[in-house]
Design a protein around this ligand. Structure first.
Ligand SMILES: *Cc1c(COP(=O)(O)O)cnc(C)c1O
Length: 382
């Protein structure tokens, strides 16, 4: 068993913690355990580390440190943005979102719709793209928020967030973007972007699970989601997850330093993998806009294949990938993202997502290119 390969091709579900991130975290789990709100030096040193992390995150996002709010995850960040926008003005209770959002947005909007909010759902075309004219027409005087993801976690399809921000700016609507899959993969600059809220998550960025960020533009009023103590300048109550926040600061610094390089190397791995599979296996289609797509993601439909069966067989060979998004695996529903693109249940159920990252190698790709065609032809014969 020991020489079984382990090939992790599911970096959109979560990522391995970078050893350099862990190294920066450990002192805050061992000796520097003070509460950052305490008045003595043992606490103040910790508060300084928090502010240092805030600066590092702000640098990656191209914004001010005061615009960074630490949360417990990407999901909390998104909930907080939506909650704030709705709490701001009772006469603005319409939300505009898309049918391909992560469940953090999707489920939250479904629940809000049941409670009386009006939710406008924007569809996508077969490449996974939005109709921007439709988005513009959906914005009304009572729109509380437009919440649109930047990159899709299942297909990697990128929405043109700059153009969307132009529209929301022109129409006077607030804009939140779930940028969890973009951070560390593509450069961005939030200052003067027209984006009021942005969510990110540590564990998609080589930091541990359970820490996230909500960016709130300093020109935007914010109503707290979690209330209690005065942490985060009264914007997010609860004692800070110090070690993870310190880790996130380091993860953002590493992302900034490695981005240009990783964009090339990770894209090369993804392309080698995708082209290799397309050449070796008949009846494979790429899901989603092949150009406006994250450099690390490959969503593929295999004719006459049940993706759950592939997943289990690949697992036996030490390959991790995903059938749809991790959050919906285990349920029998076909991916809502692929369905929204107009694909049949069959195509959605025959699709797999492979997502690459910092720690993948060419050797792993080549081994996967040997194993996957064997698994597919075995299942097709069965
Ligand atoms: C992973 C993910 C989230 C959720 O982040 P958590 O920190 O796990 O709550 C939200 N949106 C997208 C696009 C994601 O990929």
């Amino acid at each position: 068993m020991t020489d079984q390969p382990f090939i992790y091709l599911d970096n959109n579900a979560t990522t391995r913690v970078d050893p350099a991130v862990l190294d920066e975290m450990l002192p805050f789990l061992r000796e520097s355990y003070g509460n950052p709100s305490s008045g003595y030096r043992h606490g103040k040193r910790v508060a300084e580390a928090l502010e240092n992390a805030r600066e590092r995150v702000a640098k990656l996002l191209g914004c001010e440190p005061s615009e960074i709010l630490f949360t417990s995850c990407g999901t909390e960040s998104t909930n907080a943005a939506i909650h704030s926008a709705l709490a701001l003005d009772r006469d603005r209770q319409q939300i505009i979102t898309t049918r391909v959002e992560h469940s953090a947005t999707l489920k939250t909007c479904e629940i809000l719709a049941k409670r009386g909010c009006e939710v406008t759902w924007l569809g996508v075309d077969s490449t996974g793209q939005l109709d921007l004219a439709q988005l513009e027409n959906a914005i009304r005087p009572d729109t509380a928020l437009v919440t649109v993801m930047w990159a899709n976690n299942e297909t990697g399809v990128l929405f043109p967030i700059e153009k969307i921000a132009e529209i929301t700016r022109r129409k006077g609507a607030l804009l939140h973007t779930d940028a969890v899959q973009v951070i560390g993969k593509l450069p961005l600059r939030l200052a003067d972007s027209g984006i009021q809220f942005l969510s990110l998550s540590g564990h998609k960025l080589h930091c541990p699970k359970g820490v996230g960020v909500l960016y709130v533009s300093r020109r935007t009023k914010f109503v707290p989601f979690l209330t209690g103590g005065g942490q985060e300048k009264g914007r997010r109550a609860g004692t800070e997850n110090v070690a993870s926040i310190v880790g996130l600061g380091k993860a953002c610094e590493l992302a900034g330093e490695n981005m240009a390089h990783e964009q090339q190397t990770v894209r090369a791995l993804r392309d080698r993998f995708e082209q290799g599979l397309l050449a070796r296996i008949p009846g494979v289609q790429v899901n989603g806009d092949p150009v406006n797509r994250l450099p690390n993601t490959s969503s593929l439909a295999f004719d006459a294949i049940d993706s759950e069966a592939v997943l289990l067989l690949l697992d036996q060979h030490g390959i991790c990938c995903s059938s749809g998004s991790a959050c919906t695996t285990g349920s029998l529903h076909a991916s809502h993202v692929l369905k929204a693109m107009g694909f049949s249940d069959d195509r959605a159920r025959s699709s797999l997502r492979f997502s690459f990252g910092r720690f993948n190698t060419e050797q792993e790709v080549d081994l996967a290119l040997e194993i996957i065609p064997q698994v597919i032809s075995k299942l097709r014969r069965a």
